[in-house]
Design a protein around this ligand. Sequence first.
Ligand code: 13P
Length: 253
Amino acid sequence: MRTIVAGNWKMNKDRAEALALVSKLVGWSEELEGDVEVVIAPPFPFLEMAVQCTRGTRIKVAAQNCHAVAQGAYTGEVSVLMLKSLGVTHCIVGHSERRQYFGETDTQVAEKMKTLLFHGLTPIYCCGEVLSERESGKFFHVVEEQLREALGGLSEEELAGCIVAYEPVWAIGTGRTASAEQAQEMHAFIRAYLSERGAPEVPILYGGSCKPDNAASLFACADVNGGLIGGAALDAGQFTELVHIAHRVKQDA
Ligand code: 13P
């Protein structure tokens, strides 16, 4: 199984700060052991710089969003072709913040994924329940619906080209992380869906207040293939530490 540590910078950093963070990561990436895949997702304006700085290293660059249509009159939007022409290889889709603040639906996410896959980019598809759904016990049902709507129309081959991230919304930016048991049972549930669809090897990342002090127990779970990191990805030291932890834990497993 592949192991991936991806950093979602969200809407943080100015150009100088972004350059400093990428430069530190590049400097330290040479010391990274093992074969953990490392992905960073800076904001749109810094993608080109990030691709240029990371060229020839193991760090890949993701966008945080894209439009479903390849080009056209969509003021303010960014197309998959633009991302591809920059050398961006991955794109986060369906993040809970896009669902919550921009009304993004799984139907739209499904279209974005089709376009990304058609042009050879890897979608990082985010799913996860909100707090009320966790507390009412509906979380498996909610995630199952998300998976069916967003991934249901993909062929087996397309699905195999995706990464899934389970991000319980109540754990994002709250300092409250899912326990290893909660993460593993949901990841196993997602794995069962992917296996049923003929794509059991799709990496499933955990996201939500994942930090160096809690990552080892999460990454040790059999169906957790790494993390999608928010806050801790804004600090080169913490992010690099998370890559080391993922390597150590998976090597011991
Ligand atoms: P935090 O790690 O800040 O909780 O964010 C997780 C996330 O949303 C990554 O996409």
